[in-house]
Write a protein that binds this ligand. Structure first.
Ligand code: G3H
Ligand code: 13P
Ligand code: ZN
Length: 338
């Protein structure tokens, strides 16, 4: 029996039911990161507009940037904002890349409904031990836990790894059994940030745009065979939408050879046991493109609402597009929460 957790009082949900429905329905739940009000409004309103279940993610970097207390109350504000719109939609508030038991515990105590303990940089036994400890604590409150096996390449503020190490299918049964995690993040060729592959790893198409190597669906299939029906998570799953890279470059930016995961591969992943797909960089690109455009076109403007507003609109339209056309989560909100 779990004790009543703060997240339930706030009106948040854990990820369990969302993943069950996503697995059966062959789609994936989007997990969007946020640090500020405009991102939060765009994510929430984009998901309400497309009736999509979603996970709102907070990284350690976001907690440092925006203040952990403020972020948690902003999430609570979003619950109330959704209710005021008269929709039954609910969401999970998730710690992204938690790196210690203490951080996970603190998030659970302050209202998170789901946490990731990312022990992927530790040796296997230490990863198992840390993850098990978080699961034991989290499950007392019916908070769901995501673990990670395998290492993603890529560099972001707080998430750093020089090269990827694919998840070894032979380890997953043991890891899931020993830790008791609710979902597992794996490494099959995705990576964090807007420069997911070096030019030397890619080919160039007729327009000179880099085309990356395909994801390792063979590894994903092996993992699915070992733990059938178990929810899998893909990190580093931004497509690095070319339209936004072009917008940034057109209006004074310099993002050469930015490259992500092609949408067709994410659509394919979403129909498999992949139940959660993490997207942060695409949102950053959409907002940056819109802000650069607003600055270039209105050089006299100095009201932040005049450039943050268009950035928020652009992010909302990206979210709706992802939910409808990439993850397939659009239209499933009422099915889960009504
Ligand atoms: O996986 C990393 C997320 O994109 C969060 O990035 O650490 O810069 O907030 P951040
Ligand atoms: P992207 O950098 O590809 O958006 O990945 C985000 C992520 O994995 C957050 O945990
Ligand atoms: Zn990640």
């Amino acid at each position: 029996m779990s004790e009543k957790a703060l997240y339930q009082e706030i009106g948040l949900v854990n990820t369990r039911k969302m993943f069950e429905v996503a697995m059966k329905g062959k789609f994936a739940i989007p997990a969007y990161n946020f640090n500020n009000m405009e991102q939060l409004q765009a994510i929430v309103n984009g998901c309400v507009a497309s009736d999509s279940p979603f996970i709102l993610q907070v990284s350690s970097g976001a907690r440092k940037y925006a203040d952990q207390t403020l972020l948690r109350w902003m999430a609570q504000g979003a619950v109330e904002m959704i209710k005021a719109q008269g929709t039954p939609l609910k969401f999970a508030l998730h710690l992204d890349h938690g790196d210690t038991f203490e951080l996970c515990k603190s998030c659970i105590e302050t209202g998170f409904s789901s946490v990731m303990i990312d022990g992927s940089h530790h040796p296997y036994d230490k990863n198992v031990e840390e993850t098990r400890k978080v699961v034991e604590y989290a499950h007392k409150y019916d908070v769901t836990v995501e673990g990670e096996l395998g290492v993603l390449a890529g560099i972001e503020d707080d998430v750093v790894a020089a090269k990827s190490i694919y998840t070894q299918p032979d380890q997953v049964v043991d890891f899931v059994k020993k830790t008791g995690v609710d979902s597992l993040a794996i490494s099959i060729g995705t990576s964090h940030g807007a420069y997911k592959f070096k030019a030397a790893q890619c080919t160039r198409n007729a327009q000179g745009i880099l085309e990356p190597p395909p994801l390792r669906f063979d590894i994903l299939e092996e993992i699915e065979k070992r733990i059938p029906g178990f929810p899998i998570v893909l990190h580093g799953a931004s497509s690095v939408v070319q339209k936004y890279v072009d917008m940034i470059n057109k209006f004074g930016g310099k993002m050469e050879d930015a490259v992500g995961i092609p949408e067709a591969q994410l659509r394919k992943a979403a129909t498999s046991a992949v139940c959660k797909i993490n997207i942060d960089s695409d949102g950053r690109l959409a907002m940056t493109g819109a802000i650069r455009k607003a600055f270039a076109e209105n050089p006299k403007e100095f009201d932040p609402r005049k450039y943050l507003g268009p950035a928020r609109d652009e992010l909302k339209s990206l979210i709706i597009d992802k939910n409808k056309n990439v993850l397939g989560s659009a239209g499933h909100g009422k099915e889960i929460f009504a």
